[in-house]
Design a protein around this ligand. Structure first.
Ligand code: G3P
Length: 225
């Protein structure tokens, strides 16, 4: 199972690379826009920094334009994967891009049945979107295991990518549901690793430790020095 970072921030990529959580990156127009400046230049820098696939999304809505832009995006760097939406224009584009040898990631897939035609192409990745459904109080985490079972039955090489993960529970569901790739926004990793109970526990232990006289603590504290 691989972990990608859902970002175009170079600082965030460096931060989470150091912790071994960047086997690839995923972007979309909103993610690139958030960085400001020239999105094409930003994408080039992300692709240069990341040792693994980097998804870049088309911004057109019709298949011929998606194909033109997707083919050009794929030439920005050798590790670019072209993201196209899970609608019929995207399906037509993905089929043509496949013929041209361009690797695709299908985004905005909310329900596993949307992935069937794309798995038949077969595309490289189908991104199942979780957080955008949960945002409305609807549960989508169980669709990860459904999609996994379905792709296995279809005997397709298409990888299942779990995306739009807003909290630790959704990450666990993606892992346990059998996603091949889990893409996580930096903000969600920050949430996972800044658990207030962990910080409170550290403070509790430190306070209890300070109750011991300094003399009694010394040998223990000086171990390894
Ligand atoms: O890569 C996932 C992304 O395209 C959608 O995420 O956070 O906008 O729901 P989000």
């Amino acid at each position: 199972m691989e972990f990608f970072l859902d970002t175009a921030s170079l600082d965030a990529i460096r931060r989470w690379q150091a912790f071994g959580l960047v086997q690839g990156a995923t972007t979309n127009p909103a993610i690139l826009a958030k960085e400001g400046g020239d999105p094409l230049d930003q994408l080039r820098q992300v692709a240069e920094l990341v040792d693994g696939p980097v998804s870049a999304q088309v911004t057109h809505a019709e298949a011929p334009a998606m194909v033109r832009q997707g083919e050009a995006l794929s030439q920005v760097a050798p590790n670019i994967v072209v993201k196209v939406p899970a609608d019929l224009e995207g399906l037509a584009a993905a089929r043509e891009l496949k013929e041209k040898g361009v690797s695709c990631n299908i985004t905005l897939t909310f329900q596993p049945a949307q992935a069937i035609a794309f798995a038949k192409v077969p595309v490289a990745y189908v991104s199942l979107i979780i957080g955008r459904v949960d945002d409305f109080g609807l549960s989508s985490v169980e669709e990860i295991a459904n999609a996994r079972a379905m792709l296995d039955k279809l005997e397709t090489p298409t990888k299942l990518l779990a995306a739009s993960l807003r909290n630790p529970t959704q990450i666990i569901a993606a892992v346990n549901g059998g996603a091949d790739v889990v893409t996580v926004p930096p903000s969600t990793w920050e949430l996972v690793h800044q658990n207030p109970l962990t910080l409170q526990g550290e403070q509790d232990f430190a306070a209890a430790w300070e109750e011991l006289p300094a003399e009694a603590r010394r040998a223990y504290e000086n171990l390894g020095t």
